[in-house]
Design a binder for this molecule. Structure first.
Ligand SMILES: [Zn+2]
Length: 219
């Protein structure tokens, strides 16, 4: 982890105070509930965001917005610890300029994952193929916009030959096909917290510089 600025202590302190439970006028509290707010690891932006994973089995989602909340480019780099992704920093990105790695476009959508036990907001990160299909569905008056219907999403194949199936599901079919009540789902969707760009971790430039230099020295 690269230190972003010399005031790291102050930053940590700020993060701790933001994440601590409301103190109700005093810092003296009782019980494990109160203790837990201090015992849990400090929450960094995006750390708890869960990614929606496409599977061969269709999974039901409700899009929370008609458009991606973040569009960015991503590097996918081989590291000693395995492949790791890094958000591209654009013109001055060390992975582009020093390591000559080509980033790929990513499109992040907020979806309410309805096939889970408890519906949860997850981030569906689409590459261009899927993003094109979502755009087409959104723009199609019979299927879109994305938030108008529910979607059963599935994936076939792997690697470059991966294809995606987007099946529109009407509210009236939720009960029969998915054993869900559309009014319940809509109430959950209305009060769900969407992720924003802070959920997607952007490494500091110094970290990318270090990774880029390592890549160049290895090759
Ligand atoms: Zn880059």
């Amino acid at each position: 982890m690269t230190i972003q600025s010399p005031t790291v202590d102050a930053t940590d302190y700020l993060e701790d105070s933001i994440d601590a439970a409301p103190k109700h006028g005093t810092t003296v509290q009782a019980g494990w509930g109160a203790a837990d707010s201090y015992l849990k690891p400090a929450k960094k932006a995006g750390e708890y965001a869960t990614d929606f994973r496409m599977t061969e089995q269709p999974q039901l989602v409700r899009f929370l917005q008609d458009a991606p909340f973040m569009v960015y480019e991503q590097h996918w780099i081989d590291r000693a610890q395995g492949k790791r992704s890094f958000v591209c920093l654009g013109e001055d990105c060390p992975l582009c300029t020093i390591a000559n790695d080509k980033p790929r476009a990513k499109f992040a959508f907020n979806v309410l994952h309805l096939s889970d036990e408890e519906p949860t907001v997850q981030i569906l990160t689409a590459a261009t193929t899927l993003a094109r299909q979502l755009r087409a569905a959104n723009d199609d008056p019979r299927r879109g916009p994305l938030t108008k219907y529910y979607w059963a999403l599935s994936r076939q194949g792997t690697g470059p030959s991966t294809s995606y199936t987007l099946d529109r599901v009407k509210a009236s079919d939720l009960a029969d096909e998915w054993e869900l009540d559309s009014e319940d789902v809509e109430a959950i969707a209305a009060s769900a917290d969407s992720y924003d760009a802070t959920a997607i971790y952007v490494s500091p430039r110094e970290e990318l510089l270090k990774v880029a230099r390592e890549l160049v020295s290895v090759n």
